[in-house]
Ligand binder design. Structure first.
Ligand code: SF4
Length: 470
């Protein structure tokens, strides 16, 4: 994934930039960066790895040495950003969130003009540099941003830092959010709406899909809004990766998760002793379930947070699973002899939930009923570099479908049937996953219930990873 924060201020903006960016640390684990503009000293930029130590530690020095009135910051799961370039638009820095599926095509179009790109250590070009190059294809900066939003297949939201202020542009389908905040002498633009509350900003509004705006210390102006607005905001923002204190399209993440758990409980007829949320991803959903079912919420698994920052992320899958396990410590007294509903945001490969269930049984649980807060994930995400959605054949639902069908060439029609919670094929798939992962029972959330839990027009929500509908 990734997240960003930008601020335009009458006074020095670095304190707000530092904390506003830091509040996006849950969205990325690899690189972070800050770029600032000062009318006297010009532009400055810093990028660090945040794989094994958090943003605040890594940028402590810059927080004290950088200065400027405009700044943008980035937390990224992949490429180093912000990228700073000098072109006919002057000097500007840009940071992006999204995924570019047509990199090769766009790159070759630009290279036709005898241009060049830097190559990253993995041999690929930096997608954010490609965005800067696309902006440079047009005479006018705004037309350049519009062009970049338009030609990218996938999704793109961006912040650009210039001498004139901060430009914010939201993905043309609104896949990811941008929220604008205001305080005396400053405006900010943020992926997470909760990132600016503690900095004294009040919410102004969210950008519309495809909207481009400019922020200056005393003004926030919309420069372009598409005539025909279409929205497909990512539903996984509410289910998993958005921060609980944020709202998107006016819908609170934490409240949505309570409603999600409530609707899960309404379709259940079991009466276990306790409701458990896998920390932290299942906690809010479990609170909603517990309140609706009248079954006590309990914490038999507790995350050891003091020395396991979210950003500690080994690159090998085997180690990742081990680390995920090491982060949780059990409370045996809350497990022994208990039947329980265990809720997590989703099941991806199934490894972690299988191990959690095994561990609960070994610790004396009598029943482990698993209730993911979303339907089976069937398709890898095409729109975001979203680590929950792996390659399709890593998804447990897809692996089980291959086993049940006896072939990996499953037609779209058959896949659609597996997505339908009222079909026989869906039931067989769920039963097979339950057996494979050794749960007592397994019941996924239904797509209609999950969408109802968000509460906005279903046509405005992206649900591609669950039903393949674009
Ligand atoms: S496919 Fe899934 S993860 Fe990707 S944008 Fe759509 S809802 Fe979000």
């Amino acid at each position: 994934m990734g997240g960003f924060f930008g601020v335009a201020s009458k006074n020095d903006c670095v304190f707000d930039l530092f904390f506003g960016t830091d509040y996006h640390s849950h969205l990325g684990t690899r690189r972070a960066g800050m770029a600032v503009y000062d009318p006297e000293d010009g532009f400055a930029k810093a990028i660090h790895k945040i794989e094994n130590s958090p943003f605040r530690t890594k940028f402590d020095k810059e927080a004290n040495s950088m200065h400027g009135i405009y700044g943008i910051g980035s937390i990224s799961d992949f490429e180093p950003q912000p990228i700073m370039v000098h072109s006919h638009h002057g000097t500007f820095a840009v940071t992006t969130v999204g995924k570019i599926n047509n990199v090769d095509y766009l790159e070759s179009e630009i290279l036709k003009n005898n241009s060049h790109f830097f190559v990253m250590s993995n041999g690929n070009i930096n997608p954010t540099e490609l965005v800067a190059a696309l902006i440079n294809q047009k005479d006018n900066f705004i037309d350049g941003i519009r062009y970049a939003l338009e030609v990218i297949d996938g999704s793109l939201s961006l912040l650009a830092l210039t001498e004139r202020g901060i430009y914010a542009a939201r993905d043309k389908m609104g896949r990811t959010p941008i929220s604008v905040g205001k305080k005396e002498g400053a405006y900010c633009a943020s992926f997470e709406s909760c990132a600016y509350a503690n900095l004294g900003f009040q919410p102004v509004r969210e950008l519309r899909p495809g909207e481009i705006a400019v922020l200056q210390p005393d003004s926030f102006r919309s420069l372009y809004v598409p005539d025909q607005e279409k929205m497909k905001i990512c539903t996984f923002l509410w289910i998993y990766y958005g921060y609980p204190s944020s709202s998107y399209e006016g819908i609170s993440v934490e409240k949505m998760r309570y409603r999600c758990g409530e609707l899960l409980a309404k379709r259940d007829h079991i009466k276990p002793d306790i409701v458990v949320g896998v920390p932290d991803s299942g906690t809010a959903h479990a609170i909603g379930y517990s309140n609706a079912a009248g079954i006590p919420f309990s914490r038999p698994l507790i995350k050891y947070t003091p020395t396991w920052p979210r950003s500690f992320m080994p690159t090998m899958q085997q180690n990742r699973d081990l680390i995920a396990k090491m982060k949780l410590i059990a409370v045996p007294d809350l497990i022994k002899g208990k039947s329980m509903v265990v809720i997590d945001d989703s099941i991806v490969r199934g490894t972690q939930l299988r191990e959690t269930a095994e561990f609960l049984f070994e610790s004396g649980a009598t029943e482990v009923h698993v209730r993911p807060a979303c339907p089976p994930i069937m398709f890898g995400c095409k729109y975001l570099n979203f680590s929950r959605s792996k390659s399709e054949m890593e998804l447990i639902a897809r692996r089980v479908i291959v086993e049940l069908e006896g072939t990996d060439k499953v037609s779209d029609e058959v896949l659609r049937e597996y997505c339908d919670p009222d079909s026989e094929r869906y039931q067989k798939m769920t039963d097979a996953i339950c057996k494979k992962l050794n749960f007592t029972t397994l019941r996924y959330h239904r797509l209609d219930d999950m969408v109802a839990a968000v509460g906005i027009d279903p046509d405005k929500l992206c649900t591609y990873c669950w039903n393949g509908e674009e």
